[in-house]
Design a binder for this molecule. Structure first.
Ligand code: SF4
Ligand code: SF4
Length: 433
């Protein structure tokens, strides 16, 4: 079977400090949960409960009001004891309800009732997905119901792409989820296809070294009345990014003689959440998170309640082996710094890393030696050296090209002079001060 890879740049990225990607432990239930009332899209959510109110597990506690926002649910039963505000390292204002756990769980440990969806219309499915606050479980956390609307209005047939691409070892949580929840991921994709109306095919884009997983997804897909196929893709980073995945899928389309139309790409955690909302009538209560890095004693993938504090997860991993130099969420290649261990796990927190000095890349910065390494790895074909020099030199009127950078971080990883190339080009440095 042919393997599709993007044409230029990229890196082979390995990291021995990432937790094993084939097992998961349940995180302790948090005595105090900090439930964010927003995501990173800037959408407004209005709280429906006040300090002192009692909430049930899975109860709606915040209603989305306008574009970019998703409904918010209590992930534990208990009492609201505070409302807190803080700014994260991206400069975004955060607002959360603190729930002290008490009372009985209504869903945890109970037998799950399965609800059929075969007779539901696309609009019904979209409404359920919106009601249960389902968002894309990475990046900015866009509401899936909004994404469905845009694809429905696109005016052409489209293809739902299930992205199971593991080019970055920090996607370990997605890997564990795929292995444990093949049926939910596959069925979630057909639920989205029905909700969008215009989806005429499902393509499982799977890393070539995970062919068995691809075949298991295809086998599950066999029961649905919609064509589906498997595209094996390379594992060079940043293959999983939207731009690079679209490039290889266009090559796949041409080679296979297909007409894919617009590509609606969703990851496995999002599709499993769609399945839970529609088939189990359950909001996002927890998620798989990879906790690791050289400063963490025992890295592991954990299934944690949304609202659990990052510090608590690290403690359950044995705590810090040494004092960490850099703590963040997401992949170290493109994630964001964590300023306080009391920050909670949100719907998009797929990884938490804590690095000691040597791993954090605290190399002394030197002058550029014009080696060209950064140009060689940029998948977009940019000249990171030139962009960095222009931006760092404040020639901000002259930064054409910087907008095409998607922040993969490849240039910064390979720079022998230790220059913060992608940090400066994407403006992350400005935000971090
Ligand atoms: S310039 Fe941007 S797109 Fe190119 S390698 Fe650097 S971070 Fe990636
Ligand atoms: S990799 Fe670093 S040292 Fe080499 S050309 Fe690019 S900026 Fe200069």
């Amino acid at each position: 079977m042919r393997i599709y890879s993007f044409p230029r740049g990229g890196i082979s990225f390995d990291d021995p400090t990432v937790p094993p990607n084939d097992s998961c432990v349940a995180a302790f239930l948090p005595a105090l949960s900090i439930i964010p009332l927003g995501n990173n899209t800037g959408g407004q959510v209005y709280p429906l409960v006040s300090v002192g109110d009692v909430v049930r597990e899975g109860m709606l506690i915040g209603r989305a009001a306008g574009p970019g926002a998703a409904n918010v649910h209590a992930t534990v039963p208990g009492r609201v004891i505070r409302r807190v505000f803080w700014k994260n390292s991206d400069g975004l204002a955060n607002d959360a309800l603190v729930i002290r756990m008490e009372g009985a769980f209504e869903k945890l440990g109970k037998k799950e009732e399965i609800f059929p969806w075969a007779g539901m219309s696309g609009y019904d499915l979209q409404r359920i997905i919106a009601d249960y606050g389902i968002v894309e479980m990475e990046d900015t956390g866009r509401p899936v119901a909004e994404m469905i609307s845009s694809f429905r209005n696109a005016g052409e047939n489209s293809t739902l792409v299930v992205r199971c691409v593991f080019d970055d070892p920090w996607l370990a949580a997605d890997h564990v989820l795929c292995k444990e929840r093949v049926k939910a991921v596959a069925e979630g994709s057909f639920i989205i296809a029905r909700a969008c109306f215009r989806v005429s095919r499902v393509v499982f884009a799977v890393s070539y070294n995970e062919k068995e997983l691809g075949e298991a997804l295809l086998a599950e897909a066999g029961q649905w009345d919609l064509p589906s196929s498997l595209a094996l893709v390379g594992s060079r980073y940043p293959q999983h990014k939207q731009r690079e995945l679209e490039l290889v899928l266009r090559a796949y389309e041409k080679k296979e003689g297909l007409e894919l139309g617009s590509l609606f790409i969703l990851g496995p955690a999002t599709l499993a959440a769609v399945y839970d909302a529609v088939k189990l009538k359950k909001p996002i209560l927890d998620r798989y998170v990879a906790v690791g890095g050289s400063a963490v004693k025992h890295p592991q993938v954990m299934k944690a309640r949304i609202g659990t504090r990052i510090g608590e997860l690290v403690e359950q991993c044995g705590g810090f082996a040494v004092s960490p130099r850099r703590i963040g969420t997401g992949s170290p290649l493109s994630g964001r710094a964590v300023l306080d261990l009391d920050e909670p796990i949100g719907k998009t927190s797929y990884a938490v890393f804590a690095m000691q000095k040597a791993q954090a890349g605290d190399r002394p910065q030197r002058d550029c030696i014009s080696c060209g390494e950064c140009r060689g790895v940029c998948p977009v074909g940019l000249d990171p050296e030139e962009l960095y020099k222009r931006i760092a030199g404040s020639r901000i009127e002259d930064i054409s090209g910087a907008g095409e950078c998607h922040g993969c971080g490849c240039c910064e990883v390979v720079c022998p002079s230790g220059l913060p190339l992608s940090t400066v080009i994407t403006g992350e440095g400005e935000r971090h001060g």
